[in-house]
Design a protein around this ligand. Structure first.
Ligand code: RFL
Length: 392
């Protein structure tokens, strides 16, 4: 089995790459471990940056998000010192988010790819990438019926996430791994409840952080800072809603619309970046290249950006014999990845702090209040925030 570009994984990274390569006329095949029904229902990200929307528009991949997505441009901070709102469409570069659930974007990308003749091998798990540094890479797979098979390609794009085969196959010492555990855990929730405010809500509270993010008119994502190691199912729905209301200070600012909680996931906030993002003929894209905490909603946006850079570079190389884009791919992506990591790290510091009466915690808390006060009052600080919050 052979193709020019073998794409591992049909998430946002793999499917944007597949669609763009297909538009360029480059032969490619996507291998995906899951069944299509799983991809169409897997709820994760929702906030698409303006730059991401522009990339999708340029390639005719934005019809669904224009039809069903919603523009979003306000965040509200609720703190011990009161609440304030930032309308980031009037700050920084004046850009907005489009709220469009990731599973709907993935569905659109999949539909468009297969309608144009693209090939996705579902229920096919990549096991290992071999010979990436020999110029004749191959990928061993386990097919739907459990049988092993081997694919050959000129290039392999590892778009198979953090635990995928691409990362696993990197020989020890071939890349440097930067890993940082931010020491904070969130309970990520999806509720069958309409959004309760017309803004992203960030509640900074002595009991921990709470967040509110609209997904659709009927569905809202909430986050609760959670003690590390606590199982996702440990709290009853009533306890979750009570805690959300307490931290979001609903007695002061109005109630939350409660509803059934349909998804719970414990997320340890971690950063993980590999350098470089290329090992011979193997390129790492999206979550496979770097994991970013969801605190600044950057992961899917970075995945789309990297996929568009790689698609162009692969087309230049395979169609015009120009390898410059491939040579520059890693450095170009890493610039965006580190900028996003830096902002996300800043957000984590803004939204959480060590709790307790000891001196270090009190000092950190005082700094955090000062940082929030600056964000509330300083126009240049707000411009900086807006530029990084919506940008990738
Ligand atoms: P994905 O989406 O994980 O897709 C990888 C695909 O590869 C398949 N796969 C394999 N296939 C073949 N062989 C193997 N060995 C394979 N191993 C895995 C998987 O089945 C899957 O289909 O990675 P990709 O494409 O790089 O996209 C990254 C994004 O999914 C991720 O960064 C975002 O979801 C992160 N994220 C957010 N990003 C944003 O930009 N905005 C947000 O608002 C946002 N919210 C979030 C998030 C991530 C969250 N979680 C789950 C940590 C909220 C949450 C709760």
């Amino acid at each position: 089995k052979a193709t020019d570009v073998l794409i591992l994984g049909a998430g946002p990274a793999g499917l944007v790459l597949g669609n763009l390569l297909q538009d360029h006329g480059v032969d490619c095949v996507v291998l995906e471990r899951a069944e299509p029904a799983h991809l169409r229902t897997r709820a994760r990200a929702g906030f698409l940056a303006a730059g991401t929307v522009r990339i999708l528009e340029r390639h005719g991949l934005a019809d669904g998000l224009h039809r069903h997505g919603r523009a979003h441009s306000t965040c509200e901070f609720r703190t011990t010192d009161g609440r304030f709102r930032l309308d980031y469409s009037r700050l920084g570069r004046g850009e907005r988010h489009t709220v469009y659930p990731q599973q709907q974007l993935v569905t659109d990308l999949l539909t468009r790819f297969t309608a144009a003749g693209g090939r996705v091998e579902f229920a096919t798990e990549a096991v290992a990438v071999l010979g990436a540094d020999t110029g004749r890479p191959s990928v061993t797979v386990r097919e739907a019926d459990g049988r092993p098979a081997t694919w050959r390609a000129r290039y392999v794009a590892g778009c198979d996430g953090r635990h995928g085969a691409a990362r696993r196959s990197l020989p020890a010492g071939s890349v440097r791994r930067h890993h940082h555990d931010h020491g904070v855990t969130w309970l990520g929730l999806l509720a069958e409840a309409p959004p309760s405010l017309d803004a992203v809500g960030y509640a900074v509270h002595e009991r921990g952080f709470a967040g509110h993010m609209a997904r659709t008119r009927e569905i809202t994502r909430y986050y609760l800072q959670y003690e590390r190691g606590t199982p996702a199912g440990a709290w009853s729905e009533d306890r979750i809603w009570d805690e959300l209301e307490l931290r979001m200070r609903t007695t002061q600012y109005g109630p939350l619309r409660r509803g059934r909680i349909t998804q719970r996931a414990v997320v340890d906030l971690e950063s993980d970046v590999l350098e470089p993002l290329r090992h011979g003929a193997l390129f790492l894209v999206g979550d496979a290249a770097g994991l970013i905490s969801p605190s600044a909603a950057k992961g899917a946006n970075l995945a789309v950006l990297a996929a568009s850079l790689l698609a162009r570079a692969l087309a230049d190389d395979l169609l015009h014999g120009d390898p410059a884009g491939l040579d520059a791919y890693s450095a170009r992506c890493l610039t965006s990845i580190w900028r996003a990591q830096e902002f996300s790290h800043w957000m984590i510091g803004l939204l959480h702090g060590p709790s307790g009466p000891d001196g270090a915690a009190l000092f950190h808390d005082a700094l955090r209040r000062s940082r929030l006060a600056s964000l509330r009052t300083s126009r240049s600080h707000q411009d900086w925030f807006a530029e990084h919050y919506v940008g990738v």
